[in-house]
Write a protein that binds this ligand. Structure first.
Ligand code: ATP
Length: 455
């Protein structure tokens, strides 16, 4: 799982302002503000035509690596609304709170755990220096109601984290799929949090998507599997980013650990926002299954088929965000290169890994008014699009068309010119090096598939 040989590592480039990504996303159809015509809703977004392709690729590649490649891992897709007791058992009703302070002067709000220590000590706003008001506590769970008759409606919650479904389905999965410990359950799904300070585009939203693995082990094997998944997840992210040195594993200090956790690491990535969590690897022990056993009255212990030992399995969790991956990959891939001719026409390029790029290939006839060129190009496009996302483009000159594809991260452009009509060869241009080779039309499909398909 490394960059393909024809995707050279990019030289270190300046950290990208979030606004540049917001603007690219809107302009090129990756992400739009939700309900924009009504003024928008903070912390909620929609994904456009290119965004949904990138997102699907990110999700499918995760699923492939985690579920398809691991014989001892299976997947589920759980519901967003569950029984309200779930959130009592999980501790969210009681503990899923943020402490918030508001500045008296500029009215900006801050999470206490995000305030620099000196501002906290001096009770001073980091934005304007004004006085901070008394902290208030907010529960992040989003409430909803089941039922139609007033008085008989049941209050419940949109899930605050996706992983709870995995604990709820653990026993069903284990029995119906005949899994034996050690085994894992994966899920990708939406989660909802009334974040008190939604900000930084996709980084902190109110509706977002998480990917989780919960891996069930015998307590004596906890250390081994914790280390395995920590390394696996770190290497997984390393394989799809360009700036490898902007990623690190950081162990939680004793004061950061949740009460049930013996160990936790964050995979962090450095952006203009500083070092921030991308995914958490958690040593959850038997806390989740024990709590759900206690609150539901169902015995969730496991009997080893060989030794007959009965125990509650311990859990290694890897929990990351699809949206944070989407944003971090764009921040990692974005580069504005100066115009090589010295004119004021910089090249914006997304160095997305070819496996994840939303469009894999663009098919470009050199001129749109030459019937033979157009016919050949359309034939190639119609053939390619059955196997990969291909875009046909005949508008404006070829240089502009290359630029448009660079800006959305298309790894390959195929140009059909007059020589094609003579010898059936086409030009394949690679995005990062801008190198060009000529290959026979018959070789095109295997050439591209080799480079854009994950393996
Ligand atoms: P933070 O400390 O940043 O609030 P967290 O520790 O609460 O995050 P988890 O509950 O462990 O995060 O969630 C797992 C993953 O889900 C995070 O690593 C992150 O990628 C993603 N995530 C969490 N909250 C959000 C959010 N509000 N918007 C987008 N992604 C999020």
């Amino acid at each position: 799982m490394t960059q393909t040989e024809n995707t050279p590592a990019v030289q270190d480039t300046p950290l990208v302002p979030i606004e540049d990504i917001v603007s690219l996303c809107k302009r090129r159809g990756f992400v739009y503000p939700n309900s924009e015509i009504y003024g928008g809703v903070a912390g909620i977004f929609d994904f456009g035509p290119l965004g949904v392709e990138l997102r699907n690729n990110i999700r499918r590649y995760w699923w492939w690596s985690m579920v398809q490649l691991h014989d001892n891992v299976v997947g589920i897709e759980g519901s967003i609304i569950t029984h309200p007791r779930v959130w009592e058992a999980s501790g969210h009703v009681e503990n899923f709170v943020d402490r918030l302070v508001e500045c008296k002067k500029c009215k900006q709000r801050f999470r206490i755990d995000h305030l620099p220590p000196e501002n906290l000590e001096q009770n001073k706003c980091p934005n304007c220096g004004g006085e901070l008001l008394e902290p208030r506590t907010f529960n992040l769970l989003m409430e909803t109601y089941l039922g139609v008759i007033e008085g008989e409606r049941m209050k419940t919650y949109l899930r605050g984290e996706a992983c709870q479904n995995i604990y709820l389905d653990y026993d069903n999965v284990q029995k119906s799929s005949r899994m034996q410990v050690p085994f894992g359950i994966c899920q990708i799904g939406k989660a909802f949090r009334n974040e008190v300070t939604p900000r930084n585009f996709l980084f902190r939203q109110r509706e977002f998507e998480q990917w989780d693995l919960q891996f069930f082990v015998h307590p004596s094997e906890m250390e081994k599997w914790f280390d395995y998944w920590k390394e696996f997840r770190f290497n997984w992210y390393q394989g799809i980013i360009t700036h490898k040195d902007r990623m690190r594993l950081r162990e939680h200090g004793p004061d950061e650990l949740a009460h049930y956790a013996k160990k936790a690491f964050d995979i962090e990535y450095r952006t203009i926002l500083g070092w921030q969590e991308w995914e958490g690897i958690h040593w959850r022990q038997d806390w989740d299954l024990s709590r759900h056993s206690e609150y539901s009255g169902e015995d969730l212990s496991y009997t080893d088929p060989l030794t007959k030992e009965r125990y509650i399995p311990w859990i290694v969790e890897t929990s990351g965000g699809v949206d944070r991956t989407f944003l971090n990959l764009l921040l990692d891939a974005y580069e504005v290169q100066p115009d090589p001719t010295g004119k004021d026409n910089p090249r914006t390029v997304l160095h997305l890994h070819p496996w994840l790029a939303p469009v894999k290939v663009a098919v470009l006839p050199l001129q749109k008014n030459k019937e033979e060129l157009v016919k050949t190009a359309k034939g190639i496009h119609n053939n390619l699009k059955r196997f990969m996302v291909s875009q046909y483009d005949d508008i404006q000159n070829i240089g502009r068309r290359y630029r448009r594809q660079d800006e959305i991260g298309t790894p390959y452009c195929v140009t059909i010119d007059f020589q094609t009509l003579d010898d059936q060869t086409v030009t394949v241009r690679e995005r990062d090096a801008m190198s060009q080779i000529r290959i026979h039309i018959d070789e095109l499909m295997p050439y591209l598939l080799e480079r854009v398909t994950w393996k």
